[in-house]
Design a protein around this ligand. Structure first.
Ligand code: ADP
Length: 423
């Protein structure tokens, strides 16, 4: 499946899922509003009934629309009569229970003139079925008009949501579908990338192995010719070519196989005390010949005052060597390389900067993956198997260190490695 087809399919699926999510949000909101309205209506009916019964008990006339709702969780009822808290609580319990309202609430009696609470309590249906506050002074009463009472539901939203189990369940199912979809997309893209990396690797491998194989084949043809076979010197010459090319092939295959099977936990690292400045100098000297071939320049700025670490000499030398090797390989003009060391938070850091082709941001995350090479189509002017940086990262991890890249396409890259200081 081409990348374009995958993206189109993903886009269609995203649009469809967004439609489902929007519809679900719309219906959940509607269901919530309906549920809330039903609850509000029942509270208003219960409170109105309480007001009516208080008025009746006092032989007073009924009040029209005595209940108002200033806030979503707060209801107020006006009373023009003597209010006894014990009686009020009993009535509230009775009326709320008769309408199957089992939600805990707080109620308070207010003085109209000062707007202050003169009495307040909390009713918890679940906790006790006891009668209203036994400690309450039965004689307590708020005489005549000038009082009103309010009811507050501290957990109204939670209670309304609690009654929407079907919607909660269906929303959860949709969240699971979305998560599953995201996971499936991640897997598809990962598989796609792996298959691209695999194709690239096969192309590279073919390219790298073809030359020695065809050289060996030509040499064999020559050896089989009677005139060449009879000439001892030429025979020896061709046999040597075959041996050298064979060695080269063997070395390449071994390198690929040994690095490809590496992992930070399998890599055995010695724990010698190493002077990293010496190691950097050794690696740069080894690269000097390649640098001279390209008429390049390499500057060292060894600023770290603490430059000993515990680690493996061979592997760490290879790390520096690989980074400088890449800096030379991926330069389009004369390579200009800068190796800098410094100390930071108890760590020894070294950075290799170059003026090469740079790496696009979207590839930077993957260059440390096994076999990954920045795609260049079918052009292979720079040789490699995409294992150098994988090796660097594996070695750094095995030493408890890290490697990171900063790169500006067209301008150059900087690879920074950090290791714990030994001091
Ligand atoms: P190889 O060089 O053998 O392909 P590496 O693992 O060393 O493998 O590098 C992976 C890829 O990262 C390279 O193919 C190249 O595209 C990119 N890369 C690495 N180092 C540099 C650099 N200094 N400048 C630009 N690109 C780089």
């Amino acid at each position: 499946m081409s990348r374009r087809t995958i993206y189109i399919l993903i886009l269609i699926a995203i649009v469809a899922l967004s439609g489902i999510i929007i519809t679900q949000i719309y219906w959940v909101r509607r269901a919530y509003n309906l549920q809330e309205k039903e609850f509000n209506d029942r509270v208003v009916i219960a409170m109105s009934a309480v007001v009516d019964r208080i008025q009746q008990a006092n032989h007073d006339s009924a009040i029209v629309e005595p209940v108002s709702q200033p806030r979503s969780s707060y209801f107020v009822a006006n009373i023009n009569d003597t209010l006894h808290p014990y009686f009020l609580e009993t009535l509230l319990r009775e009326e709320f229970q008769s309408l199957n309202l089992k939600e805990d609430f707080e109620y308070a009696v207010y003085d109209c003139f000062s707007d202050s609470v003169v009495y307040g309590a909390r009713i918890n249906f679940a906790e006790d079925e006891r009668q209203p506050a036994q400690s309450m002074n039965m004689q307590k009463r708020f005489k005549n008009d000038g009082h009103y009472f309010g009811i507050y539901f501290p957990n109204k939203t939670g209670m309304v949501i609690h009654q929407m189990d079907f919607w909660v369940f269906s929303s959860l199912a949709i969240v699971i579908v979305v998560l599953f979809f995201g996971y499936a997309i991640a897997i598809i893209l990962r598989q796609k990338r792996l298959s691209e990396v695999k194709t690239d690797f096969i192309n590279n491998m073919t390219h790298e192995l073809k030359t020695p194989i065809s050289t060996i084949s030509v040499s064999c043809d020559m050896l089989m010719r009677d005139d060449v076979g009879a000439d001892q010197q030429r025979r020896r010459q061709y046999a040597e070519i075959i041996r050298n090319e064979n060695e080269r092939l063997k070395a390449q295959v071994e390198r690929v196989l040994s690095v490809a099977s590496l992992s930070p936990d399998k890599l055995k690292v010695n724990q010698e005390v190493l002077n990293m400045h010496d190691i950097i100098q050794r690696a740069t000297t080894a690269q000097r010949i390649h640098l001279d071939e390209r008429e390049g320049e390499l500057n060292l700025e060894l600023n770290a005052t603490l430059h000993t670490v515990r680690g493996d000499k061979v592997h760490l030398t290879n790390v520096v060597y690989n980074l400088i090797d890449n800096a030379i390989k991926y330069a389009e003009t004369k390579p200009f390389i800068y190796v800098k060391t410094y100390n930071e938070d108890g760590r020894f850091c070294f950075a290799v900067s170059d003026n090469g082709i740079g790496i696009e941001t979207k590839h930077q995350r993957m260059i440390f993956d096994k076999f990954f090479r920045v795609p260049t189509g079918n052009v292979h002017n720079v040789k490699g198997f995409g294992l150098g940086l994988y090796y660097v990262q594996t070695v750094m991890k095995a030493h408890g260190g890290s490697v990171e890249v900063k790169s500006d396409p067209g301008k150059g890259s900087t690879f920074t490695c950090k290791l714990l200081n030994n001091e």
